[in-house]
Design a protein. Structure first.
Length: 316
């Protein structure tokens, strides 16, 4: 015999403990026969009744798990929230900490920008290891019925309702990071750039003569911009005074940058020795114009967006 019932029983019994198979087979077959009989007594065809009964019982693997008292989830609702909370906590700082340490060690060995890659890889590996071993630990606890004294939830644990911030923290952090990276790049490109001479010596991207005034001045503007971002976050809303300060800072950086680019004073003249297209005056003029137009477009777009936000938050 190879009826649907026989096939269903075989599929169910293969996933239950061996010592209980005979007992479960007898019980399950009797239940199926009773359900089929109940439908045929009502005038339904036997084959149709059998198919509908087995469909109603559902996936045999799920039914076998119920008979074997076996969980079908890696981490159940009892421990899921605790697992998720710990996972977020550990991933929030450990990978970044390890990645930073690896990057610093690699940089100390003289690898320059090449130190960033190993740091990122190390952070990703640590994140994967944390997620894997934490999940394994909770899965074992779930299946061994280990007693974990979880505190009962009370209304005292409810957090305060978050106030809607006019200046999101994420935006502030992103702006500060970009400004700090730009500040770091200006001196770093003087010692580690992607262009080197025939003797292997580093060729700075920006004209070293700019260190007499313009580069320190631009770094000063960027440093003031970092302070501005912090102050803006503390005030927690755009005001017209902040908008005016934003205009001054943007212009203080973009205007000198555009002027230096248009007057062919921004890039290092030594680049022409290694990059043939830089040696041609027409190409340098085109590049300078592109830099100036790009800087102007970014400033205009940024100020239009800032003016819109300021108007919304001052009239709210």
């Amino acid at each position: 015999m190879n009826t649907l019932t026989d096939r269903y029983l075989a599929a169910t019994l293969r996933s239950v403990p061996t010592q209980r198979r005979d007992e479960i087979a007898t019980e399950l077959r009797a239940s199926i026969d009773d359900m089929i009989e109940g439908r045929t007594d009502g005038g339904q065809d036997a084959a149709t009744a059998e198919r509908e009964v087995l469909t109603e019982l559902g996936n045999p693997d799920v039914l076998a798990a119920r008979y074997a008292d076996r969980r079908l989830q890696l981490i159940g609702p009892t421990y899921y929230l605790l697992w998720l909370r710990l996972l977020k906590l550990l991933l929030s700082f450990i990978p970044a900490l390890v990645g930073t340490i690896v990057t610093v060690v690699e940089a100390a060995e003289g690898k320059g920008f090449g130190a960033i890659g190993p740091g990122i890889v190390a952070a990703m590996q640590v994140a994967v290891q944390i997620a894997f071993w934490l999940t394994v630990t909770f899965a074992i606890i779930e299946r061994t019925q280990t007693a974990v004294d979880l505190p009962e939830w009370t209304v005292d644990q409810l957090p305060d309702a978050p106030a809607r911030r006019g200046i999101p923290l994420a935006d502030t952090i992103a702006s500060v990071i970009m400004l700090v990276l730009t500040i770091a790049y200006l001196p770093l490109q003087h010692y580690h750039s992607w262009v080197s001479g025939t003797d292997g010596e580093n060729i700075a991207i920006l004209d070293p003569a700019l260190w007499s005034f313009w580069l320190p001045a631009l770094i000063g503007v960027l440093a003031l911009s970092v302070i501005f971002e912090v102050v803006k976050y503390r005030i927690d809303r755009w005001t017209w005074a902040l908008f005016g300060t934003k205009v001054l800072l943007d212009l203080a950086f973009a205007v000198p940058l555009a002027w230096l680019a248009l007057s062919d004073r921004l890039l290092n003249p030594a680049l022409a020795k290694r990059l043939s297209w830089v040696a041609e005056a027409e190409n340098r003029e085109g590049l300078g114009l592109a830099i100036a137009v790009g800087a102007a477009a970014i400033v205009v777009w940024d100020l239009i967006d800032t003016a819109r936000k300021t108007r919304q938050q001052t009239t709210a």
